[in-house]
Design a protein around this ligand. Structure first.
Ligand SMILES: *Cc1c(COP(=O)(O)O)cnc(C)c1O
Length: 221
């Protein structure tokens, strides 16, 4: 199968209400351009400097999403243009995003990352920490961060029942938070879950943004 065929077969499995974030991390700009030429406009990267370099090289109508662990001192590289940061997992990071948003005079859309997986290595807020953040006085006053939804990663396991249960739990948290904190906010509308090996389960459980890398670009080095 060619790259093009692989992409178009994947696109057929993604319903219209779900946005594909093509995860292009570690892949060169010319490969991203090939997928751009096939109509893809939303790309995700996990390293801020790499994201900035690619943004400078590639067409300006691409929406760049930051999907990986984000260090505070690197927010400055992406704050001027990033379309959505998926991976906010602390008040401290939000404070830096607020400051960089203010500097750039732009509102920075963010998702809060919630931990649903059992692996220690996976990042994210517990549900209690999420509620604590959303009720924090400093957060409530922020003007340049806009929380647009929730993101999570399921455990890497062949047990699809477990993955499904984790996605279902994340969807529940999303609905609860939307009801309790954002019921009058239309911009709170994203549930980012699902990757190459579990996106179909994620879509069935209510994902609105799937982050797919290897199923599009092939294996990363
Ligand atoms: C790399 C990455 C993905 C894409 O993973 P694939 O398995 O290649 O689809 C999705 N989300 C995050 C947070 C990632 O770091």
């Amino acid at each position: 199968m060619t790259k093009k065929e692989r992409l178009h077969r994947l696109l057929e499995k993604i319903p219209a209400h779900v946005t594909l974030v093509a995860v292009s991390k570690y892949h060169p700009a010319d490969l991203i351009q090939e997928f751009y030429d096939e109509g893809i406009r939303v790309f995700g990267e996990s390293r801020p400097q790499e994201l900035k370099e690619k943004q400078q090289l590639l067409p300006k109508d691409i929406e760049w999403h930051m999907i990986g662990n984000l260090q505070k001192n690197k927010v400055k590289y992406i704050a001027p243009f990033v379309h959505l940061i998926h991976s906010v997992d602390s008040l401290g990071l939000l404070k830096v995003i607020e400051k960089e948003g203010q500097k750039n005079k732009r509102i920075v859309p963010c998702l809060l990352q919630v931990k649903i997986a059992t692996e220690e290595s996976k990042a994210g807020l517990s549900k209690a920490a999420l509620i604590e953040l959303l009720t924090d006085a400093e957060y409530v006053q922020m003007e340049y961060v806009q929380i647009c939804g929730i993101m999570g990663m399921a455990t890497h396991t062949p047990d699809s029942k477990q993955v499904q249960a984790e996605f279902r739990k994340l969807k529940q948290i999303y609905e609860e938070v939307k009801h309790d904190f954002f019921s009058d906010k239309d911009h709170f509308q994203h549930l980012s879950m699902g990757m190459s090996n579990d996106y179909q389960l994620a879509i069935a459980e209510g994902s609105t943004l799937v982050r797919i890398g290897s199923a599009i670009f092939g294996d990363r080095d």
